[in-house]
Unconditional design. Structure first.
Length: 322
């Protein structure tokens, strides 16, 4: 289970989201990234005007074929690029709590720091930590009203991911992007058995049950791709940072991880670099700085085909490079 704050672009869209208990994402890389990041069974709240609205459980995910004329949201055309975006990716929601709270509350500090350091939203979703979810679960009041649904008879499809650019047809088939890799690794490490094996490889004698994996944590020095942290810190908050690169690792990636580790100081227990390929020279440099290197692989899959996010998740491998 994970908890996300989903940013909404305007008041009318927010009203429609609340009215129909529905979240929608555009036919863009960011929109699809959000769609694969959030699972059925996860929880979300809406974020608009520096306020957090309601708590929902995700009950169903759907991608619609006839998305150009699909209510309730009209298409959005950006004047700078001239591109028009639609909302094919949908989450059907079950309202749990009714709330309307300002982001300045200390309970939202984990996400508020991301917003502040980013200089605004600039992103469709933000993953909050478990403490934030527990706090939100006590805000406002329990939702008792009748749930209204927008009944759509349109056909759905399963979006795919490919390494073959000639097969790309958005929003049906997306080219493999670093965002998707980050999400795959987060999902993979969120499995208790996988996290236990990962801790063993990076020489940490920790119980995976006490930790959670969250995506994109902002720091003054940049944005950590993935952060493994204590769910309930006791005295100190132990952290492991992960930098993810879809291609070949570079020396600057090690330097970036170093900056993050220096900023988090003694609470950062390890740094990890995950990339498609890492030179042995770079592995040696990383090892001297308490940074572990992993290469990811989908060896059983072919670059000439398309795959679902779930198929990629089932086949991803992380190999420790020494």
């Amino acid at each position: 289970m994970a908890y996300f704050l989903v940013s909404v672009s305007n008041r009318k869209n927010l009203e429609d989201c609340i009215k129909y208990n529905l979240a929608g994402f555009t036919n863009s890389i960011n929109g699809f990234w959000t769609f694969v990041e959030i699972d059925e069974g996860d929880y979300i709240s809406f974020l608009y005007g520096a306020r957090v609205f309601n708590l929902y459980k995700v009950v169903k995910k759907k991608a619609y074929k006839n998305f150009k004329n699909l209510p309730p949201w009209p298409p959005v055309t950006f004047s700078m690029s001239g591109r028009t975006y639609y909302f094919p990716f949908r989450l059907e929601l079950k309202p749990i709590r009714r709330l309307n709270e300002p982001m300045v509350r200390p309970e939202f500090a984990f996400v508020a720091e991301n917003l502040l350091l980013r200089g605004g939203y600039r992103k469709t979703h933000f993953q909050a930590d478990t403490s934030t979810f527990y706090n939100v679960s006590q805000m406002g009041e329990v939702y008792h009203s009748k749930i209204k649904r927008l009944e759509l008879e349109e056909k759905t499809f399963t979006p795919l991911i490919t390494w073959n650019k000639s097969l790309v047809e958005i929003p049906f088939r997306f080219y493999f992007h670093e965002f998707f890799l980050q999400s795959l690794i987060r999902h993979w490490l969120s499995c208790e058995e996988n996290l236990a094996n990962f801790f063993e490889k990076i020489e940490l004698p920790y119980s995976p049950r006490k930790f959670e994996v969250v995506s994109e944590k902002a720091l003054p020095e940049g944005h950590i791709d993935l952060l493994i942290k204590d769910k309930q810190p006791e005295g100190i908050s132990r952290k492991i940072i992960i930098e993810v690169k879809a291609g070949r690792a570079l020396a600057k990636d090690i330097l970036q991880i170093e900056k993050y580790m220096e900023e988090l100081k003694e609470e950062c227990k390890k740094g990890v670099l995950v990339a498609k390929s890492i030179s042995r020279k770079l592995v040696k440099i990383a090892g001297s700085k308490n940074i572990f290197c992993f290469e990811y692989d989908f060896s059983s899959l072919k670059n000439s085909k398309c795959y679902t996010f779930e198929e990629l998740l089932e086949n991803i491998k992380l190999d420790l490079i020494k």
